[in-house]
Design a protein around this ligand. Structure first.
Ligand code: F6P
Length: 559
């Protein structure tokens, strides 16, 4: 079969050589990848896992460097009506109807505005439960040149719905501070109100729509009218998702002989302390994994992860894709040796660690690409434990915790610690369990000294750094256009100052919190700036490409 690859990014590597990033496409799709803008419209009754699916689609695409964003109509509705009772959702309630319509319009307006700044995949997260609502959204999007993909989640299994309500909905901002049983009752009534008007996507009347229907958590899947590669990719991802609760346990291998000597890469054995961690792991895991949980255990193909997992009594699988980032010519060197031998590379890596590719080795971006099938497989599985390496864990963690690319390679992932991730509709919960066995810290901060070494409390410093990362990464994807970042900053400062006077907390503590808030805001501003710059660049490039495509060979034919 004839395939094409299309250049989606272009730059230079550390040696000044041209570096291109390509994506595979089928023959008749080759012209569509770069310019396509898709609005993914969620459809379904409340408590069918729509927000979780929406959030997962966005995180997955962002992780793959596709500019994606979720627009949750509930978030818009909450600005006017933060905690409505079930009666608000009764279609006979005209004021309720007006406010809900206004919220949907505001979300769609913001989404279309975002598309005009270069967004690629916007997800409209709402029930969109009537044919007329879907028709209106389609018209709005198509008028702006955006394709529309409907993703309907249907579920009639009362047990799953009940579980979803109890585990997710009672914790939703709509019920903050309410009695959980009262919240469940009210939510059931809300569903009843929706059921009165809900129309599933009609396979005849709405046959011109592009859609995927996920029935009973993906037990049955109906796909209709798919138009291009990006839609296929989103659909394939949603087909692999399950919305039932589960957890993922992650651990680095135990301390290795290379960790002790400060060398990177290699295939070293565990150090004596690393071996102690391996021996302690079954006991630690038995305390943090609920009894009777069926767990699959994945490791890389390297000795240090296999040795770490050797005493765990679970079904094991080794994955080459889980091997540590390949440091190429620097494999086996220490950071000071790399700095001495390749000073320009050492600096380039600190300047842009995500994109820097070791000579003859890999970048974090490369690792993400090779991890994509692992992520897909992780989505299909239930409870999994993964024992792998620092860089690989940063990439996996970034996927689940929605950490931006400029931060993920700088996260501290402590040794001798199990990290538990529990994905949910409103973010992923993170817990850490330290085995209490000392280890070196392999963490080197940006522009920090190349010298590493064992410091007192290294592990606990790494632990608290990771905990901070988790706290600052769980913001919703999109909130209604509100105060600008600077205003937010001022508000945060005012809040902190008020707290200072009122409760007399220590100045140091508050200053620290404030610093963190500022950091989060700065991150967001930087992220937005990057998105805009990237969009402008891509547009410019795409215009150039369209003008010259036949002569400069940007679209290459491959066998
Ligand atoms: O130091 C341990 C290690 O796993 C190395 O093998 C690997 O090169 C490194 O961590 C990755 O971390 P960083 O990207 O911060 O250098």
């Amino acid at each position: 079969m004839v395939h094409f690859f299309k250049i989606i990014d272009r730059g230079t590597n550390a040696e000044g050589k041209e570096q291109i990033e390509v994506i595979w496409v089928d023959a008749d799709e080759k012209d569509q990848v770069e310019d396509v803008q898709i609005c993914v419209v969620m459809v379904g009754l409340p408590a069918r896992g729509k927000s979780l699916i929406a959030r997962k689609i966005v995180n997955y695409l962002k992780w793959l460097s596709i500019n994606a964003k979720s627009f949750n109509v509930g978030t818009y509705r909450r600005t006017e009506t933060p905690k409505p009772g079930a009666e608000f959702f009764d279609t006979n309630n005209t004021e309720g109807e007006r406010l809900r319509r206004a919220a949907a319009e505001a979300a769609v307006t913001d989404m279309l505005q975002w598309f005009s700044t270069g967004g690629h995949v916007g997800v409209l997260d709402a029930t969109n439960s009537t044919k007329s609502r879907r028709k209106w959204i389609k018209e709005q999007c198509e008028a702006r040149g955006c394709q529309v993909l409907f993703v309907e989640s249907k579920c009639e299994d009362d047990e799953i719905i009940d579980k979803n309500i109890r585990s997710v909905k009672v914790n939703s901002p709509d019920y903050k501070g309410s009695d959980p049983e009262e919240a469940v009752r009210d939510f059931m009534n809300r569903i009843r109100n929706y059921e009165r008007v809900y129309q599933t996507i009609d396979d005849d009347e709405e046959k011109d729509l592009t859609y995927v229907k996920l029935v009973d958590v993906g037990t049955q899947v109906v796909i209709n009218n798919i138009e291009n590669y990006l839609q296929t990719r989103v659909i394939y991802f949603t087909m692999n998702l399950h919305i039932t609760p589960r957890s993922i346990w992650l651990s680095r291998h135990g301390e290795s002989m290379f960790n002790v000597s400060g060398q990177i890469g290699g295939d070293a054995d565990l150090s004596p302390r690393g071996m102690m961690y391996a021996e302690k792991l079954p006991d630690l895991v038995s305390k943090i994994v609920p009894e009777g949980t069926k767990l699959k255990l994945w490791t890389s193909t390297m000795k240090r992860t296999i040795q770490t997992a050797q005493f765990l009594p679970y079904e094991k699988k080794e994955w080459k894709a889980l091997d540590e980032l390949d440091a190429g010519v620097c494999d086996g060197l220490t950071y000071p040796q790399i700095e001495a031998k390749y000073p320009a590379d050492f600096k380039s890596r600190d300047d842009d660690k995500y994109n820097y590719r070791y000579r003859g080795g890999e970048s974090y971006r490369d690792v993400v690409i090779r991890l994509e099938p692992i992520i897909m497989e992780m989505e299909r599985e239930d409870n999994i434990m993964i024992v792998t390496h620092q860089a690989v864990l940063r990439c996996i963690y970034a996927y689940f915790m929605n950490i931006p690319q400029h931060r993920s390679p700088w996260m501290a992932i402590p040794l001798h610690t199990v990290i538990k991730l529990t994905p949910g509709a409103y973010g992923t919960e993170m817990e850490m369990f330290n085995a209490g066995i000392p280890a070196v810290s392999t963490y080197r901060e940006k522009y920090g000294s190349a010298e590493m070494g064992e410091s007192e409390g290294a592990a606990s410093a790494d632990l608290s750094m990771l905990a901070d990362t988790a706290k600052t990464s769980q913001e919703p994807d999109s909130v209604p256009t509100g105060p600008a970042p600077v205003e937010k900053l001022e508000k945060a400062a005012a809040k902190a100052a008020a707290k200072l006077g009122a409760v007399g907390e220590s100045v140091g503590e508050l200053a620290h919190k404030l610093e963190q808030e500022i950091e989060t805001i700065e991150d967001k501003v930087r992220e937005q700036k990057e998105v805009i710059e990237e969009a402008v660049l891509k547009r410019r490039r795409s215009l150039e490409v369209r003008g010259k495509k036949d002569t400069d060979g940007d679209t290459l034919l491959m066998e």
